[in-house]
Design a protein around this ligand. Sequence first.
Ligand code: MN
Length: 148
Amino acid sequence: MGQRQPLLGNPATRRTGAIVKAKILLIEDNAQNRYLTTFLLEQHGYEVSHAPTGPRGLEMAATVRPDLILLDIQLPGMDGHAVTRALKDNPALKQIPVIAVTSYAMVGDREKCLDAGAEGYIEKPIDPDTFVAEIERFLRPATGEPAP
Ligand code: MN
């Protein structure tokens, strides 16, 4: 771990001949969760942007063009299921992998996330020892790039 530099599948952020770290958009309303998640991702070299609400997350997805979206489900106003559906209904954004961050206690939430179109889910509370490896499974390696 630590030394691994993920390759990108997002042509918008790929640079010829260079390995660029992935951009991750975190949509999460809880400041403590944002802090821990950001800390872990930045420690592994990822570029993290945040949005505290669903509508702001949708705006930022369009401007930042992240390689991956980590999405809290329990958000005020527009919940994570609605955010997922809005992302997947948008032809410009639907190819970005969405990983729902679901509460372990919320029965049926994971299935609802997948039904809404999320590529995967991670349970909260996140495990700092395995979190980064879990999300890396959803970052697509770029085609035609040399292996690290
Ligand atoms: Mn929340």
